[in-house]
Structures are given as C-alpha cells and as structure tokens.
Write a protein that binds this ligand. Sequence first.
Ligand SMILES: [Fe+2]
Length: 286
Amino acid sequence: MRATVQAFFHPPSSTISYVVYDRPGGAAAIVDSVLDFDGASGRLGTASADALAGFVAEQGLTVAWILETHIHADHLSAAHRLQDRLGGRIGIGARVAEVQTHFGKVFNAPLGPRRNGACFDRLFEDGEAFTVGDLDGEALHTPGHTPDSVSYRIGDALFVGDTLFMPDGGTARCDFPGGDARQMYCSLRRLLALPEETRVFVCHDYAPGGRSHAWETTVGEQRRANIHVRDGVDVESYVAMRAARDRTLSMPALIIPAVQVNVAAGRLPAPEANGAVYLKMPVNVL
Ligand SMILES: [Fe+2]
C-alpha cells in the first residue's frame, strides 16, 4: 500500500524528518524528528517540532509511532517532546543499548534507563512488524553507521536513516563508536535487494555540487547510480573507500550535546538544585 509522506528539512543539520501516514484523518508515524539547539548559546528551540506537530494537527492524524533510525550524533531528537504533545510510542532498534552503554561510559552516566533501553517504548528486533493505521511496517536492522541503525519500511516507503544518502551523496560514515564499514556494506546490499520501485527516503542531504536539496529516490535508482554502492561495487572496494573518506571527516558540531540527549529519546538530564539543566563536556575522551 502506498504511504503518504511529508518531508521537513532542517537546514542547520541537513536532516530530513518525515510524517508518514495512511490517509488524512488516519494514523501517522513521525521519523527522525529534530529539536532545535544552538550549540554556542545552549538554547533549545521548538520551531522544527512545532512544524511537525502543526502538520499532524492540520491533517487530523493520530500519531501511532515516533521512530528513531538510530542515536543521532548531529542533531537533538524531539521524540520525547512530541510524545508529550501528540502521544504515540517511541521506537528504535534493539541494539540501542550498545550505544547507550558506550556513551554511558563516556559521560559517566548513572546506570538506569539511559543505559538499558528503557527510555524507549519499543525496541525493534530485526524483521519485527508494526502497523501505522492501514499501513504495514517492518523494522530492518541495518548496522554499520552505528550498531543500532534500523531502516523502517512503511507501506511502499523505506526510511533508511543514515545508511544511504541520495545517489550522488553515496553513503554515511562508519567511524562512529561501534560503526563498521563491512557491516554497512551488508546492510546496504540488503536494502538494495528490496523491490526496485521501493521509494527510499534519506535522513540527510548535503546537496553535493550545489544542487537543490533532495530526499526521495528509489532502490532501482540507488542500484544504478549510488556513487559508493551501485551494483558492481564489491565489499573490499567499499570498505577501502569508506576508510579513506572517514579519515577526512571531522566530528559533527553537536555530537556532545546530541548523544547525551538522544540516548534518552530526547529527554534532557534532570535540573540541578538551581533549576537549570546542564549537559557535560568530556575533555580528551572522544
Ligand atoms: Fe547518524
């Protein structure tokens, strides 16, 4: 069944969030929402989340799911805030606990929900089914960029998170903790084995070559034209390309605030005695 998909582009992080739904007045899933954050001032903003919530209200949708494709390192998630406003269950891949454990150690976070997956309502195992109203959904574990990465197929639409970019953008980096280019290649081949007409929606687009931003493509188009993983590229060439390219990439500007908030589905740490909320900055750790 054809899903209706509305995209929302977030210029500061080049993230695309989605509302996917069966019909106006029906059920929806929100994929990879963004909570605005200015790293220099430490100020949060809700303009991006407000736009998603406004669309949901305008279309009369009931939010069934708020889905994360992985723990993002480049932007903060609005999942928790949107759940407060709109309801729905927050879902992520079951291997999120590995990412939480890693960053739990980095930030010396206490054991508990930020370390054991309990901040999320549903931890999807590979191949697990779910529904969005009349649309059938399936979570596909696609590790490589991060160990917890999942892609969600909802109806005929596939939300690939940070595995594939648009064909001229290639694929995402594999040098974050728990990332693995060889696993990524397997994940990519798995996605590219889906029916050619499957619509693919990417989580980031950096508009290479100065073209306009774009986020929708198909499995067939990726197989023909993806600069990193089109048909005919073997695993060894892919891994070598990824290793060389990843060495040139710097840390995302917001990785330190983002991972602290995103391991808890977008929740901030509890306020301190003076009522203010603080995030940590590890020195010489990352
Ligand atoms: Fe990512």
